[in-house]
Design a protein around this ligand. Structure first.
Ligand code: COA
Ligand code: ZN
Length: 324
């Protein structure tokens, strides 16, 4: 598909998508999806062309009961060539568990705001940061690269605005400690496009080697607008969840990630290569209501890709007598 050339709307010709529905999506669903169904879901996603898939999280079963089967999932899923399988890890105990499952990389997590860090991880930011720095070293020593996801960087559901200086200081500490990537997360969809662009610009200028990913939620309907803003600053890595599933159970008002199919569809329309096969992905999305036992209401699945056309009403030919 070729896109019209615009002098204003420009960004990288190729982006990578990290599919996070198996982790961010399933962690907040009220049903516990059986391990077999999770493995089938992951295997179907593996055939879609993602650069990365976040398969699960190694969290406490008390905190996230829906992902208590992390080891079984990691051992049983099939690994497709060219896909990097990652998992979210909040602490040293989780790192130990995760390393026993041969991940391609790991996604360590803490919040940029103090109150969300305490609510989500039951630690202060200082405690989380110290633990994550030690985990970065341990994972690197074991030959597993780490990405660090910083939650609530565009706003905290408890504290409101979050200081970009604090975000940059945290990011810098992890980049200096050997993290291969940093993800800026909009945990409850508080980000808006100019804010996203300005933090992404600052990040890429200040930490050009830090491997920036952007993680957006569509809680206030700004997900795609924020993705577009990030792309215009040169961001090439995006987290997204099939069907727009997702949300942090410890962030009041949290709801779904930016939907992968909508993100892929938008970028494909503009001629940006995402590597993802939209048709295959839509087949997976069509199976989500059965997986999570509720209507997942994917807009794109309902409407179809933008060039899906329909038969005109039957009366048209009769009324216009075959005239054009
Ligand atoms: N995996 C499995 N069990 C774990 C664990 C892990 N990563 N970390 C701790 N535990 C267990 C401990 O072994 C202990 O078990 P016991 O009661 O049988 O002795 C129990 O959990 C309490 O351990 P503690 O270190 O006191 O943890 P906590 O209760 O303070 O919880 C976290 C801290 C980080 C483990 C927990 O808050 C958590 O998993 N949060 C993740 C939240 C999340 O994923 N949010 C969405 C993504 S951003
Ligand atoms: Zn998220």
């Amino acid at each position: 598909m070729s896109a019209a050339i615009s002098t204003r709307l420009r960004g990288p010709a190729r982006i990578e998508i990290n599919e996070v529905a198996p982790r961010d999506g399933l962690q907040i669903e009220p049903v516990v999806v059986p391990t077999d169904a999770k493995v089938a879901f992951l295997d179907a996603l593996s055939a879609c062309g993602f650069a990365r898939i976040e398969a699960t999280s190694f969290t406490s079963a008390k905190a996230i009961p829906a992902l208590a089967d992390a080891e079984a999932v990691m051992h049983r899923m099939a690994r497709a060539a060219g896909v990097r399988y990652t998992a979210l890890v909040p602490n040293l105990r989780g790192l130990e568990r995760a390393l026993s499952c041969r991940p391609d990389e790991l996604n360590l997590v803490m919040s940029a705001s103090e109150t969300h860090n305490r609510a989500n991880l039951r630690m202060t930011r200082v405690q989380s940061q110290a633990q994550l720095l030690a985990m970065t070293e341990a994972a690197n020593a074991a030959g597993v690269p780490v990405n660090v996801s910083l939650s609530t960087v565009f706003g905290c559901p408890f504290e409101g605005e979050v200081d970009p200086d604090a975000v940059m200081a945290l990011a810098e500490s992890f980049a200096n400690a050997g993290a291969a990537g940093i993800t800026l997360c909009d945990t409850t969809g508080m980000a808006y496009p100019i804010q996203v662009a300005s933090l992404c610009e600052r990040f890429q200028q200040g930490l050009p080697q830090a491997g920036l990913t952007i993680h957006l939620h569509n809680t206030r309907g700004m997900g795609l607008a924020n993705a577009l803003a990030a792309w215009q600053t040169g961001v090439t890595r995006f987290d997204a969840a099939a069907g727009g599933l997702g949300g942090c159970p410890f962030a009041p008002g949290a709801s779904g990630n930016v939907s992968t199919e909508e993100l892929v569809h938008m970028f494909a329309a503009m001629g940006v290569d995402t590597g993802v096969d939209l048709g295959r992905l839509l087949d997976v999305v069509a199976g989500l209501p059965a997986l999570v036992q509720r209507d997942t209401a994917s807009q794109l699945l309902r409407a179809g890709p933008r060039l899906r056309t329909h038969q005109p009403p039957a009366w048209l030919a009769e009324h216009f007598g075959g005239q054009h």
